[in-house]
Design a protein around this ligand. Structure first.
Ligand code: TXA
Ligand code: MG
Length: 355
């Protein structure tokens, strides 16, 4: 156990002395959790194999799940990657439109990148986060910063400093508390080492936006329970974002989902079981009274608010003394695709398709 220092920072205009101190910890092999526009990351010097090993130990992360390297300037991708000409053109086009921002690209790695970062793969994941604290920290550290989401492995990603402390207090050196993250879901992960490029994980940058920027076809990973055997992106095979309490996700047309969920909740109540409900504002208004506890993620009409609240609600309901969590799905379009991807995983693919 170590003492974890928590330093408050202004998300828009962070104190340079605080960034300097946090940067020094990273440069000297320590671990600092910091806010990005997506979720909180757990940062270490990406070029220091021992520091990277500490990330895996603190999180309890399986060693075959590689990390994302965070940079503060597009050209710094060259410090960890060795893209060919065509890949470099693609990175440049994507960076111009989406960096800094919630897009991670997978490209051929440089030899200097420790094996731990890439889990032995010959590719490396890189992104430039759109957050003054994250960018300031990377600059202050003076090195590329490897950072997975700052949760214990298998827990929902943290969208505020309190979530990081719930999972990692005493296991990391410092948390920079810059308040609640804006997007609330992890970045889009786009593999540029294959042709056509392949989306391993949907996020706030959508497949349509990627196609438009690249002017080529982009393939989407299939969102279904992982079969046994090697996964194309190692992270895909783990049951991520999973609350401790079993979850069931309802997908389909909103009105049909309402009827089925209402029936399921009423049955649980009659059976003397305590059920929690994660629902939209509209769903909560219609059938929330049948659940023992409700967490509202926002209106169906505003998928950005829903994305912003989803992990907080999963964590919150998981603290409750309930037997099961029922989840009302939303339309899987645009950012809703990323929301549903995370909810399917959270439910361990226990999904009721309502038609
Ligand atoms: O928004 C985000 O991406 C956040 C913030 C902190 O930047 N980070 C994040 O990291 O979500 P993490 O470690 O929780 O997720 C990284 C994902 C994993 O699914 C991992 O398997 C995949 O990226 N990944 C990393 N390197 C890869 C590679 N070389 N090939 C394929 N997948 C890779
Ligand atoms: Mg993660």
């Amino acid at each position: 156990m170590m003492g974890t220092r928590v330093l408050l920072v202004d998300a828009r205009d962070p104190d340079q002395a605080v960034l300097h101190e946090a940067g020094r910890i990273i440069r000297t092999g320590g671990l600092v959790a910091f806010p990005t526009e997506t979720v909180y990351g757990l940062g270490a010097n990406a070029l220091d194999a021992d520091a990277v090993a500490r990330i895996f130990a603190a999180k309890g992360r399986p060693p075959d799940n590689p990390l994302i390297v965070h940079i503060a300037a597009t050209e710094d991708i060259e410090r960890v990657a060795r893209p060919d000409e065509e890949t470099r053109r693609r990175v440049t086009a994507l960076a111009q439109r989406h960096w800094p921002g919630p897009l991670t690209v997978i490209v051929p790695k440089r030899e200097e990148v420790p094996e731990g970062v890439t889990a032995g793969l010959d590719t490396v994941a890189v992104r430039m986060p759109d957050h003054p604290v994250a960018l300031g920290l990377i600059r202050a550290a003076g090195v590329p910063v490897a950072a997975p989401s700052a949760n214990r492995s298998g827990r929902p990603s943290p969208t505020e400093a309190a979530h990081v402390l719930d999972d990692l207090a005493g296991r990391i050196d410092m948390v920079l508390d810059g308040g609640v993250t804006s997007i609330g879901l992890e970045s889009t992960v786009l593999d540029l080492s294959v042709d056509p490029p392949f989306v391993h994980r949907p996020g706030a940058v959508t497949a349509d936006q990627l196609k438009e920027t690249l002017q080529i076809d982009v393939h989407m990973g299939k969102d279904s329970a992982p079969a046994d055997g090697p996964a194309p992106s190692p992270g895909v095979k783990y049951e991520h974002y999973a609350p401790r309490t079993p979850c069931v996700l309802y997908e389909g047309a909103p009105h049909a989902v309402e009827i089925r969920l209402k029936g399921a909740l009423a049955r649980e109540r009659r059976a003397g079981r305590r059920a929690a409900l994660l629902a939209t504002d509209e769903g909560a208004a219609r059938f929330g009274h049948h659940a023992a506890v409700v967490c509202q993620v926002g209106s169906r009409g505003d998928v950005h608010i829903v994305a912003h609240n989803i992990y907080r609600c999963l964590r919150q309901l998981d603290q409750e003394d309930v037997d099961i969590i029922y989840i009302e799905g939303i339309a899987p379009v645009g950012l809703g695709e990323a929301v549903m991807n995370r909810l399917r995983r959270a439910s361990g693919y226990r999904i009721v398709h309502v038609v």
